[in-house]
Design a protein. Sequence first.
Length: 101
Amino acid sequence: MQGAFLTITIGSQFFLLMGYLFYLLFRTYAASEDRVSLLKWIAGLIGVITLGLVVSIALVASRMVSRDLVVAIAISIVDIVGVYLLIDDTRRISQEPLLVK
């Protein structure tokens, strides 16, 4: 019996996309003293979802069709690069001095 593993993978991408949109929203419109903590929490949640996605793909890789496996691995590689960029951006923002008006 073949499961719909690729559909589940793409469905979890919706949650990651919402996380990236919240990150962009809070990065743009949050108050400067709250921005770093909000961005750290969102980057952490996106990292946890990405880790869960990669682990679930690794667990079911032997049951996936090879074409679906290639697509799932490509999606997970893009997610890992995205998490790396979020962490780097959050680290860079946390090192900036606060501008007090």
